[in-house]
Design a protein. Structure first.
Length: 70
């Protein structure tokens, strides 16, 4: 069993022949990283501002079952 796991994790032909390339692995580029972080920050700030406009300051936001599901 250990030999089979070792084969599929380190000696399989697709693993041995793997070559990293920017053109095939676009999710591992600097531009993807920077774009993802910028998008996350923009969405977070927009959500915060949207909720600030909808909810009054003294009233807590009811999260309902969200914490239990999380």
């Amino acid at each position: 069993m250990i030999a089979g796991v070792t084969y599929y994790l380190s000696q399989h032909p697709s693993i041995v022949a793997f070559r990293w390339s920017h053109t095939q692995s676009w999710g591992s580029t600097w531009s993807f990283l920077v774009t993802s972080i910028a998008f996350y920050l923009i969405v977070s700030v927009m959500t915060h501002l949207f909720l600030c406009l909808l909810v009054r300051r003294g009233k807590p936001v009811s999260l309902g079952p969200i914490p239990a599901l999380h």
